[in-house]
Each structure stands twice: as structure tokens, then as C-alpha cells.
Design a protein around this ligand. Structure first.
Ligand code: DAH
Length: 342
């Protein structure tokens, strides 16, 4: 073979090879191209190498460097093409630039938790500490020591979730008053948040499990004036300066007893569906601790006096965040939680 014939074959191979590599659109067609060009058994380039001995010895050098250059060029082109195909297929697999970014969900505090924490902060400033009690209570702590008569309807199976004889899920946080007075000597100022349970239907304003916050202040010479002043201060701190009023009420464990209303936070007193047209919203029950309750807890009812209150933070959260139905608070719908606590 003459040098120019050899050069011709090598140039044709280089052109064909470049086209073949370019046309390969999958990893397997690229591999076929590689085998047909460089494959040791029947590849076109190795075949050409085999032709070298048929050239004149003086032409070998030039022919050799030519074919080696083409070999290097084909190998580089194959490698380039392989990279392109890899990148294309991996971008198909993993990166869809039109896909919306995934949102990182962060937790947020429940509105009832926010309300409890805010109330705790206000009372902590007034020297109250936090006291907790068990959710499973005995009849004595939940009712008897709190001066409920034995035939009070609250003791009925109908209203109370009993866990066994004499043991029930507490129907309010008031038993913590008794436990605290048994353990600590006055002066006592505690706030007790926690869950309470009742056999209620789950409707827009009742839930069978609900949070309560109990407050208790006991010392010598404590009067209804302290109750009124403290709870009025609380309402003004919590809602911003607002009107309040106390109405007479009845609880077995307080005498006298009252309920406190704040001006409706939605209509500011003019009357709206949320306050049933009254312009007021009830936020808590309170009263002077009944001497029988002090005595049951082991305190001298002649020496000490005190006041107590109980409120439902869910109700207050509904007022604060304008939530129409208590069940929303139990849905665990994060979109709602985000709306409230950002
Ligand atoms: N325990 C009452 C209830 O569950 C709320 C309450 C009212 C608590 C008056 C008190 C109080 O401490 O003085 O409805």
C-alpha cells in the first residue's frame, strides 16, 4: 500500500468515525460505535494498524503518527460524547427545573399553647408560680374536697369519664388547688394549666378534652378586692385596655362566686353574633375560696382567706384569633396553625 492510499483510508475513517460518534444518542449506540471503530477484534482502526507493515519502511514513521493521532482524536470524541449523554440522562432523572421547590415545613406553636404561655407570663410577673397536677384524679380531690355535695350532677357517670371506682379523668383543674394547699403553707400564689375531661359532645363550643388554667391565691387578709383588682389587671394586660365586669355566679368551692366578662373583642360592645348581641364575652369563673375547701386541704379556714379562678384558654384563643368553631383547634391543620402563629 502506498502512503497516500493509507492516508486516504485514515482520513475516511476519521470522518466516518466523527459522524458515527455524533449520531450516537444512547449509551448503547455509542458503545456500538466504539466497537466498530476501535474494537480489538474487528474495529476499523485496528484493521488499519495491521496494514502498516505493507508500507515502505521509510513511510512508516509518518503513517504511524497519522494513525495514532486519529486514534487519540476518536477516543477523545467518544469520551466527550459519553459525557454529554450522561449529563443529559442524569438531568432527565434528577433535575426538573420546572418543578416547584419543596417547602421545608417548620413546626409552630398551637394557638392554645400561645395563649397559655402569655397568661403564664402575666401571672408570673405578679408572683405566681406554675403548679401541675395529675389528669387521673380521685373523686375526693376532684369533687369532695372542693365541696361538691355527694348528689351533685357533675358526679354522674353521665358527665364524668370514670377510669375505675373512685378514679376519673379530672373534670377541671381545680383539684390542683387542694394538692397545692396540702403541700405548701400560705402565702400561696399558683397558676395551674392542664387538660380536663368531660363527657361532652364535640360541637362548635365543647370538646371532651380541653385545656384549663386554674389560679389560686391564699394568705391572711386576702379579700374580694384582691380578686377583682388582679383579674382586671390581667384582662387589661392580655386584651389591651378593655372594659370588664363581674357577675354573680355559683360554684360549690367558692363563696361568693363570680364570672368575669370582657367587652366583646370583635364588636367592642355594640353587639355581634359572636357575643350573641350582648357586647360581652365571659372569660372566667372565680370566687373566694370556700372555708370548707381550706379546711379539707388542711388549712385553718379562720386564719386564711383566698380567691381562685378557672378559665378556658381555648375559649380565649377563639376570642383572640377570631376562631368560630372550637373543633378547628383540634384539627391539626398546619395551614390554620400558620395563619395564627406565623
Ligand atoms: N372549675 C370550674 C369549671 O371547671 C372553673 C372555676 C370556677 C375554677 C371558679 C375556679 C373558680 O377556681 O374559683 O368550670
Amino acid at each position: 500500500m502506498t502512503l497516500s492510499e493509507f492516508q486516504q483510508l485514515v482520513t475516511t475513517l476519521a470522518d466516518d468515525g466523527a459522524k458515527l460518534i455524533d449520531q450516537a444518542t444512547t449509551a448503547s449506540s455509542l458503545e456500538e460505535a466504539r466497537t466498530s471503530l476501535l474494537g480489538r477484534k474487528s474495529g476499523r482502526l485496528p484493521d488499519l494498524f495491521k496494514q502498516l507493515p505493507s508500507l515502505a519502511p521509510g513511510e512508516l514513521r509518518e503513517a504511524g503518527s497519522l494513525i495514532n493521532a486519529v486514534k487519540a482524536k476518536l477516543e477523545a470524541a467518544l469520551e466527550d460524547r459519553r459525557r454529554q449523554l450522561d449529563a443529559a440522562s442524569s438531568s432527565k432523572r434528577n433535575v426538573d427545573l420546572t418543578m416547584p421547590a419543596r417547602r421545608q415545613w417548620l413546626g409552630s406553636k398551637h394557638p392554645v399553647t400561645l395563649v397559655i404561655e402569655e397568661i403564664e407570663d402575666i401571672f408570673r410577673e405578679l408572683g405566681f408560680t406554675i403548679a401541675l397536677g395529675p389528669e387521673a384524679e380521685t373523686e375526693w380531690y376532684n369533687f369532695t374536697a372542693l365541696n361538691f355535695p355527694a348528689d351533685h350532677p357533675a358526679l354522674d357517670l353521665h358527665d364524668t369519664l370514670y377510669l375505675g371506682e373512685n378514679v376519673m379523668l379530672r373534670t377541671h383543674t381545680s383539684p390542683v388547688q387542694i394538692r397545692t394547699m396540702q403541700k405548701f403553707k400560705p402565702p400561696i400564689r399558683i397558676l395551674s394549666p392542664g387538660n380536663a375531661y368531660r363527657r361532652d359532645f364535640f360541637d362548635a363550643s365543647h370538646a371532651p378534652m380541653f385545656a384549663q388554667i386554674e389560679g389560686l391565691a391564699i394568705d391572711e387578709g386576702v379579700s374580694f378586692v384582691d380578686l377583682k383588682a388582679t383579674l382586671t389587671h390581667f384582662a387589661n394586660r392580655f386584651f389591651g385596655t378593655t372594659k370588664t365586669r363581674f357577675r354573680p355566679s355559683y360554684f360549690p368551692f367558692t363563696e361568693p362566686s363570680a364570672e368575669m366578662d370582657v367587652e366583646c373583642q370583635l364588636c367592642h360592645g355594640s353587639g355581634c353574633p359572636s357575643c350573641k348581641g350582648t357586647g360581652w364575652m365571659e372569660i372566667l369563673g372565680a370566687g373566694m375560696v370556700h372555708p370548707s375547701v381550706l379546711n379539707a386541704a388542711g388549712l385553718d379556714g379562720d386564719r386564711y382567706t383566698g380567691w381562685a379562678f378557672g378559665m378556658g384558654p381555648a375559649r380565649i384563643a377563639m376570642l383572640r384569633y377570631d376562631i368560630p368553631d372550637i373543633r378547628i383547634l383540634y384539627d391539626s391543620d398546619v395551614r390554620f396553625l400558620y395563619q395564627v402563629s406565623g
